[in-house]
Design a protein around this ligand. Structure first.
Ligand code: NAI
Length: 324
């Protein structure tokens, strides 16, 4: 069986080669993303394997169907890039609902520690033989209040990590789980009382820009914002203003609302067109990683193994609870 693998990155290959070869699936890796201009590359393959920024719209679906393709294997959880309604009755679309909640929760804590202990500054200084400690004063996490927005798979692991640091934990979730070691409060209360706020809820119409120009005034002065969930939970312009006015003490961002055309690629030789991102990056108290929180060996292994299981399931016409 041969699958066309779009938007391939070097770190994808080892795990997909391992599980593919064990199960008789050959992947052909294309660096380009799947979209109406590139869909012809899929001709002659038994299916396509795609990621978050591939476009599986009506035009692409019709072409894939015309080529005899019946399986779209998403190697990610989100599927907002797939026209599921149009795919119905034509293609089986499967995804990977969870791969490593630990990877994301641990990255959130890594960003937080980097920020509050100024590791990003110290790293650059000592590389330049500058051993001065001036302006590197941080603060203890112990005894601080962290507000966790979204207490699902990732949020609850982040919460456990914070518990290990001796932090007080406030939480907000649309569907609270009272068995968790936290105090559920309203979002307004969480915003007002937290020294650190970490976002772990999905992006929906309700959560879109939940941190914005109207809610930032509710925050405690000097609060540290951590977002490893989805960029559009935060209004970036308002965040920038909050940082400039010193209301927000620091921001740790693994996601950004306009990341689609920027993240995952080397733009170092180009002029940055996104002024808000450029200004955020210029701040000493802003740390940005490029949607990297999921990127651990364990998560990549889980993604490949589940995607291959999904392909086998769909090929053998079996039911699969990871089918969309
Ligand atoms: P999950 O589905 O296990 O948990 C989400 C939680 O958010 C649930 O408890 C749910 O009740 C809550 N929620 C839903 N609507 C809400 C609302 N309006 N207000 C407050 N809480 C609400 O999801 P999981 O696996 O914990 O992932 C969380 C998010 O992390 C994902 O939605 C995704 O955006 C992001 N993510 C980021 C990755 C990265 O590499 N940066 C990788 C994987 C996920």
């Amino acid at each position: 069986m041969k699958f066309a693998f779009f938007d391939a990155k070097p770190y994808d290959k080892p795990s997909f080669e391992k599980y593919g070869s064990q199960n008789g699936i050959e992947f052909k890796y294309f660096e380009t993303k799947l979209n109406p201009d590139t869909v012809d590359l899929a001709k002659g393959y038994d299916g396509v394997c795609v990621f978050v920024n591939d476009t599986v719209n009506a035009q692409v679906i019709d072409k894939l169907y015309e080529f005899g393709i019946r399986i779209v294997a998403l190697r990610c959880a989100g599927y907002n890039n797939v026209d599921l309604k149009h795919a119905e009755g034509k293609l089986r679309v499967l995804h990977v609902p969870a791969y490593s909640p630990y990877a994301v929760a641990e990255h959130a804590m890594a960003l937080l520690l980097t920020s509050v202990r100024r590791i990003h500054k110290a790293y650059i200084r000592t590389k330049d033989f500058n051993f001065s400690l001036n302006s590197l004063t941080g603060f203890d996490l112990h005894g601080k209040t962290v507000g966790v927005v979204g207490t699902g798979k990732i949020g609850r692991i982040f919460m456990n990590i914070c518990q290990g640091f001796g932090m007080n934990i406030l939480a907000y979730d649309k569907f609270p789980d009272q068995s968790l070691p936290c105090k559920y409060v309203s979002l307004e209360e969480l915003f007002a009382q937290s020294d650190i706020i970490s976002f772990h809820c999905p992006l929906t119409a309700e959560t879109h820009n939940m941190l914005n120009a109207d809610t930032i005034p509710l925050l405690k002065k000097g609060v540290v914002i951590v977002n490893t969930s989805r960029g559009a939970l935060i209004d970036s312009e308002a965040l920038l203003e909050g940082i400039k006015s010193r209301k927000i003490g620091a921001a740790c961002l693994d996601v950004y609302d306009e990341e689609e055309s920027i993240f995952f690629e080397d733009n170092s030789g180009h002029i940055m067109n996104d002024d808000t991102l450029a200004r955020l990056l210029s701040m000493p108290n802003v740390i940005v990683t490029s949607h990297q929180a999921f990127l651990t060996e364990e998560a990549l292994d889980n993604i490949a193994s589940t995607t291959v299981q999904n392909i086998l399931c769909a090929t053998n016409c079996e039911d699969c609870d990871r089918e969309l």
